[in-house]
Design a protein around this ligand. Structure first.
Ligand SMILES: Nc1ncnc2c1ncn2[C@@H]1O[C@H](COP(=O)(O)OP(=O)(O)O)[C@@H](O)[C@H]1O
Ligand SMILES: [Mg+2]
Length: 609
């Protein structure tokens, strides 16, 4: 069951900061959604409940046994050694039973908690992977990492600490009260007077701890986000010698987190000590009242002994329950944050009930129509304006234009990373919105300026971990684009493990591998977005040659920085501010004497310098 189906009336404010969900209805439904995960484990929970019950009874019967030993045996003067031995044996038995059932209960609960959390983690990752690009424009990877790692961990604590405490300590409290009344009603009533006082103190600390806790969490996640961002932009940081500055910023965040933590710990200590003192005072109180009664012969000594033991045990569960407040807070924040992630639906989705329609990736002819499309990322800032472009099957199209002209955005629309705001884009006459994304991405292959390589072998990187593609096919593709000689030079050849993002290879080598990746997948429409911008002239030549062969019988769109890359194109599109300002082949455009000629002369000038 997916969480999206598990919760019904969820209304997340998608525009709000996803890191700070604080409305009540949100976490109510988050907990309701969570209960969907708990249901399959209901029998295990019942098991936990029974074990807890037995463990508590084993614990709480011990003082009662002592009372029997004192009043009915020792003070009765019966010299009943056998009876005393039996009581001791039962006492031992209770201790063992408490140990065993506590152990089983803990294990069982850990098991439930961990399996629920691991399932949520799995779904969370899957869900994040399904989001549209727009989502990643908004969310920093740092906060997404926090959601998958520490937020799910907080959820785990919810099961193993909060639930356990509510179970165990709640039941203990109830049993102690029952036992007290069983022993002596008057003394029990006196003890109950303490209850509101303890509760009052606990509640007043609560609100204080809540804020302290949240501040600490927020600061931690800011610090983590900062580290994540820095790691992914490490080379930039180093190139610009920003280490000192970044370090300063990190230290600031670290210092803030440190302070928040100290404050949290201080609050906890003060609270804990207050409770201890209160507990001691209560013992004195019971000793005074009960002692008087014993002296006045109204109360048996054993009962007083049992009472004093119980009143001590009385504080411990209240203390633990209120300490769980912290954990409950973090769990609530975490659960709400996780469900906010679950709640965000991808903007770009496959249309329902159109499975049979669309296109077959292998049979695509490659006709592409941009019918008067308009697009913006932010309302009011148009990126593509009423653009109309029709590409014939097999045509080789070059696209040029200044940076920010909207070239990459146009490609993003064709790949459906985003949806157009007006007009439509068709492949072989079918609106891309009617093509299942899987089929679309199989039909349209994209090589970007910054190729992304995964940690894994070169073989796996080329075939994108798709085992159905054979090793031979991979090698053939690499030979084809001229990557083979580069790869052969590596220590383990095609089995060389690449580290994260393919560091250890030059930009050109990475690009060659990503180019081979596209060849292997044989898309009917091939797009290169400034794929050769980073390449040295030798590697560019390799790509150029490969492109020449690959573009045959295949619709190819090449966005290029250097005009030399696209001079041979059937048609060159010049873009400026989201519009096509010129089109034609190289010679026609030069004759026109417009933007293209300007760009051309500019580039020639650069070469000459
Ligand atoms: N994800 C995004 N969110 C908001 N604005 C964007 C995003 N991507 C690009 N832009 C903006 O859109 C405009 C066109 O960008 P782009 O299509 O990348 O241009 P080009 O590839 O021609 O250099 C730029 O002004 C850029 O700032
Ligand atoms: Mg671009």
């Amino acid at each position: 069951m997916r969480p999206a189906q598990a919760n019904h009336n969820w209304q997340a404010d998608q525009k709000g900061d996803p890191n700070l969900p604080e409305q009540k209805p949100q976490y109510v439904s988050a907990f309701r959604a969570l209960s969907g995960y708990v249901r399959p484990h209901i029998w295990a929970f019942i098991g936990v409940f029974c074990c807890t019950l037995i463990a508590i009874l084993s614990d709480l019967l011990q003082p009662f046994l002592m009372k029997i030993a004192i009043d009915d045996n020792l003070l009765a003067g019966k010299n009943d050694y056998k009876g005393l031995l039996t009581i001791c044996a039962v006492y031992l038995g209770l201790s063992v039973s408490s140990f065993i059932f506590t152990y089983v209960q803990n294990n069982l609960l850990q098991n439930i908690g961990q399996s629920i959390v691991s399932r949520i983690r799995k779904q969370l990752f899957g869900h994040i992977m399904k989001q549209s690009m727009r989502y990643f424009d908004r969310m920093s990877s740092g906060s997404l990492i926090t959601h998958v790692s520490s937020d799910t961990e907080a959820l785990n604590q919810f099961f193993n600490q909060v639930l356990l405490s509510l179970f165990r300590d709640g039941l203990t409290l109830i049993f102690i009260i029952v036992m007290m009344f069983q022993l002596d009603t008057t003394l029990a009533l006196y003890c109950l007077i303490l209850l509101p006082i303890i509760s009052l103190i606990a509640i007043s600390f609560r609100s204080f701890m809540r804020t302290t806790y949240q501040i600490a969490r927020t600061r931690l996640s800011r610090m983590v986000a900062f580290v994540a961002e820095n790691l992914s932009g490490m080379n930039l940081v180093q190139v610009f010698h920003q280490q000192k500055e970044q370090e300063k910023q990190f230290n600031e965040r670290n210092g803030l987190y440190f302070k928040a933590n100290l404050r949290e710990i201080r609050t906890n200590v003060v609270f804990g000590r207050t409770f201890d003192i209160l507990s001691n005072l209560s013992v004195a109180f019971v000793t005074w009242i009960g002692g008087n009664a014993v002296l006045g012969q109204h109360l048996e000594f054993g009962v007083l002994y049992a009472f004093i033991t119980y009143i001590r045990q009385f504080f411990q569960p209240i203390n633990t329950i209120t300490q769980q407040w912290n954990t409950l807070q973090s769990a609530t924040v975490a659960i709400t944050r996780i469900w906010t992630v679950f709640e965000s639906k991808p903007d770009v989705t496959d249309r329902d009930g159109r499975d049979g329609e669309g296109i077959q990736p292998d049979k695509v002819k490659g006709r592409i129509d941009f019918d008067h499309i308009s697009f913006y990322y932010e309302e009011g800032i148009p990126i593509i304006r009423n653009l109309d472009l029709h590409i014939r099957p097999g045509e080789l199209i070059g696209v040029v234009g200044t940076t920010g002209a909207g070239k990459s955005s146009l490609i993003s629309l064709l790949c459906r990373f985003y949806d157009v705001k007006e007009g439509r884009i068709r492949i072989d006459g079918t609106d891309v919105r009617d093509i299942p994304q899987a089929a679309l991405h199989r039909a349209v292959g994209l090589v970007q300026q910054e190729p992304y390589l995964y940690s894994g072998s070169i073989i796996d990187n080329v075939r994108m971990f798709d085992e159905s593609i054979s090793r031979e096919e991979v090698i053939e593709a690499c030979e084809f684009v001229g990557a083979d000689s580069v790869i052969q030079r590596l220590k383990n050849g095609y089995d060389t493990k690449l580290s994260e993002r393919g560091s250890g290879l030059s930009a050109g080598e990475r690009q060659l591998i990503s180019f081979a990746r596209i060849i292997v997948f044989k898309p009917k429409v091939l797009i290169l977005d400034e794929a050769s911008a980073n390449l040295d002239s030798h590697t560019e030549q390799l790509i150029q040659n490969a492109l020449h062969v690959v573009s045959k019988n295949r619709t190819t769109i090449v966005i290029a920085h250097r005009l030399s890359t696209i001079m041979q194109a059937d048609r060159i599109i010049v873009m400026s501010q989201g519009e096509i300002v010129e089109q034609g082949n190289h010679n026609q455009l030069l004759e026109n004497g417009g933007h293209y000629r300007e760009l051309y002369e500019h580039s020639q000038g650069h070469v000459a310098v």
